[in-house]
Design a protein around this ligand. Structure first.
Ligand code: SF4
Ligand code: SF4
Length: 391
């Protein structure tokens, strides 16, 4: 895979690298004021049509927890304020974003306001949106796949889920060819459960075969109930309500909760061989390589870098602490909310760490990946950098 980086892109790389350095510098200096966010992580909806075993989001409808959604106009206005603030990346996530009736308009607006847009989807409705996704210029299409065929359907709680992903990917490739576009590139994300650890190689091989340029293999986040309780106490009785902890919302757990999961050395060698033979990049969560040697996260720099926004426009803390409301971006200036009193207070507490942070995979899979590998930084921040020919 060849990366083509023009002069503008190089300048952009340096300016974003400088901003990463500034964010980390402020974190280390103990400042509760952050540099402008590097990423907006926007949950466009809480609604979801699947019933995944590792996620509690689908139970929210039943529990009356679905938050109202900003209108198309409000979303567009928010994106323009992000553009003025110079925020380089947007992640469009959910719930399932392709359930929003106005998602095509949202993606169009996103691509005109952010240099890099990633759409995260479960793939169920992908075929229906393939053309507008390609036309919008979204840089990265990110699909969660938890095995092939029945394995995926079983984890996702709905028959035909895997077949619909395959059909959706085929449609996107078809529209890219018809329109002569090289974007979006495809990332496949697979979450390893205790019961699926032996099928990882097959999943990665499939992902490479459908043209994924990046394949992420991550361990399921397994947050102990006690860590949640202790975090709630730290937050003064507010439930932190982390994602990925279905057992707290529906009583459904996994076969071997709490047990370390590791990939066999032979499996790792096979993954490297798939990388070499296909050109796809396979990112393996370090905790899957040597669980005993992976130190838990006690403090996290993400609150200095990522602005997470709920469907109703409320800024929340992060994936592990979803229930805090830290100011609205609905009408306010981005900087005003980002460095408002509630967020500064949260950062001061985040510097000491929260019990749920010890199991949280987010810093491992984002910052660690990007800082260790400059190519990832370029991919994140440089528009149109990867002219790979792969999807
Ligand atoms: S993991 Fe994604 S697709 Fe599955 S229930 Fe949660 S939000 Fe829906
Ligand atoms: S480690 Fe996870 S839970 Fe802790 S602050 Fe970072 S993103 Fe949030």
């Amino acid at each position: 895979m060849t990366a083509v980086v023009g002069d503008d892109s190089l300048a952009s790389t340096f300016s974003h690298a400088a901003r990463v350095a500034e964010s980390i510098g402020r974190y280390w200096a103990g400042s509760s004021l952050a540099a402008a966010p590097l990423q907006v992580y926007f949950l466009v909806t809480d609604r979801c049509n699947l019933r995944c075993r590792m996620c509690g989001v689908w139970t929210w409808a039943r529990a009356g927890r679905i938050r109202p959604e900003m209108s198309t106009g409000e979303v567009r206005a928010f994106f323009f304020r992000c553009k003025s603030a110079g925020i380089p990346t947007l992640v469009v996530s959910g719930g399932e974003p392709l359930l929003r009736a106005d998602i095509d308009e949202i993606l169009d607006a996103a691509s005109s306001c952010f240099p890099y847009v990633r759409l995260q989807t479960n793939g169920w409705n992908l075929a229906d949106h393939a053309r507008p996704i390609v036309e919008s210029g979204v840089e990265e299409l990110w699909i969660s796949v938890d095995g092939t065929n029945e394995r995926h359907d079983d984890v996702r709680g709905r028959n035909n889920s895997f077949a619909r992903i395959e059909a959706g990917i085929a449609k996107v490739r078809e529209w890219k060819a018809r329109l002569g576009r090289d974007r979006p590139r495809l990332t496949i994300q697979t979450t390893v459960l205790p019961e699926s650890v032996d099928s990882v190689v097959g999943t990665v091989r499939w992902a490479a075969s459908v043209g994924a340029s990046d394949i992420g293999v991550y361990r399921i986040t397994d947050i102990a109930p006690d860590a949640v309780r202790r975090t709630d106490t730290t937050l003064g009785g507010v439930s932190c309500a982390p994602w990925g902890t279905l057992q707290f919302t529906s009583g459904v757990g996994f076969e071997s909760e709490g047990r370390p999961i590791a990939l066999r050395p032979e499996a790792l060698l096979e993954l490297r061989s798939i990388e070499r033979s296909t050109g796809a990049r396979v990112h393996v969560d370090p905790i899957l390589i040597s669980p005993a040697r992976t130190r838990p996260v006690v403090r996290c720099v993400l609150p200095w870098m990522m602005m997470m926004v709920a469907p109703d426009g409320e800024m929340t803390a992060c994936h592990g602490i979803d229930a805090l409301r830290l100011g609205s971006v609905r009408e306010a200036d981005v900087e005003e909310t980002w460095n408002g009193e509630a967020m500064r207070d949260f950062r001061a507490r985040a510097r000491r760490g929260f019990p749920v942070c010890e199991s949280c995979c987010v810093p491992r899979r984002t910052l660690g990946d990007h800082l260790k590998n400059p190519e990832n930084l370029r991919r994140l921040f440089v528009r149109r950098a990867a002219a790979s020919g792969r999807m």
